[in-house]
Design a binder for this molecule. Structure first.
Ligand SMILES: C[S@@+](CC[C@H](N)C(=O)[O-])C[C@H]1O[C@@H](n2cnc3c(N)ncnc32)[C@H](O)[C@@H]1O
Length: 296
């Protein structure tokens, strides 16, 4: 019997019974957060938020509702992430649309936003005029989070994939962040400085390590968002070469880094003449954001 068939063919279940049955199916298939994922997907299929789902727990599902739930939950059993199934991910409290050309924004990337805001705070009030660039912007997550905190900042996001940029523009419009612009180019090739802040979460997985990532990442995140070349450092080299000429004096560069990358990336930015600060850890204690400043 194919995965999920037993749950899907059952008729006239209550919403709560269906939610529990799918959670059990997810658990048995090794899905990491089975209860949460079942609740989100059942709610999404029925158009019910968390409170409405709880209030409707004892209502019987129609056959078409049960089919709608099964269509979504089967995708999860094939290890498609919930964020991709619902087409949205929350980042820095902002609801962002995503598509198959964008990475699903990660909680650890919020460390880059925190480090960038701390760098801004070191040099003056947040309300001053600032120019921000986000290299490899994807859904626009980092630059939009920063613009949501910095009222007088202008932001530009670059990406090589025009379909990612279409989503980033859509997100900026939905959030009313008209101070965001997006441009298709290779990293910073189309940008003119000086910038006060340059941020990036570049692809940084060593090419050979991609095959060992979880199916949710390996099968569904775009390869161009993951692949950092043979040693994972290809994009940091390109960024270190481009950024010193684009940063204004007193400006800061903040990059996300992967596990064990703090030392080599620090070396690349130091060799480019930037002044490094100790890496900022994410919530798991992993060094995650590296800040480099351009001194006078
Ligand atoms: C790790 S993802 C980060 C996306 C987003 N900033 C985030 O944190 O969720 C890297 C992004 O860089 C983009 N990218 C890859 N190579 C690029 C290049 N040569 N120039 C510009 N963008 C590139 C990918 O399309 C992807 O959107």
């Amino acid at each position: 019997m194919p995965a999920g068939a037993g749950v899907a063919t059952s008729q006239a279940r209550t919403i709560d019974a269906a939610r529990r049955a799918w959670a059990e199916e997810f658990r048995a298939s090794g899905v990491e957060s089975p209860q949460l994922d079942a609740r989100v997907l059942v709610g999404h299929a029925l158009g019910l938020d968390h409170a409405a789902l709880a209030a409707s727990a004892t209502r019987l599902l129609s056959a078409s509702e049960a089919n709608a739930i099964a269509a979504l939950t089967r995708r999860r059993l094939a290890r498609e992430p919930v964020a991709r199934i619902v087409g949205m991910k929350e980042f820095w409290g902002l609801n962002l649309h995503i598509n198959d050309a964008t990475l699903v924004p990660r909680p650890e990337t919020e460390t880059v936003v925190e480090a960038a805001l701390a760098a801004v705070d070191r040099h003056g009030p947040r309300r001053r005029e600032l120019r921000i660039a986000d290299l490899g912007t994807g859904s626009g997550a980092i630059v939009l989070a920063l613009l949501s905190e910095l009222d007088n900042a202008l932001g530009i996001g670059t990406d090589r994939d025009p379909r990612a940029l279409a989503v980033a523009r859509h997100n900026a419009r939905q959030l009313g962040l008209r101070r965001a612009r997006f441009v298709a180019c290779d990293l910073a090739a189309a940008l003119c400085g000086p910038f006060d802040l340059i941020v990036s979460n570049p692809p940084y997985i060593p090419s050979a390590d991609i095959a060992a990532l979880s199916p949710e990442v390996r099968l569904f995140d775009p390869r161009a968002a993951l692949d950092g070349g043979a040693d994972g450092l290809e994009f940091y080299r390109a960024i270190a070469a481009a950024v010193p000429a684009l940063l204004g004096v007193g400006g800061a560069m903040v990059v996300e880094i992967g596990i064990n990358q703090a030392e080599p990336v620090t070396g690349l930015f130091a060799a480019a003449g930037l002044a490094l600060q100790p890496p900022r850890p994410d919530l798991n204690g992993v060094p995650r954001a590296l800040v480099a400043e351009k001194c006078a």
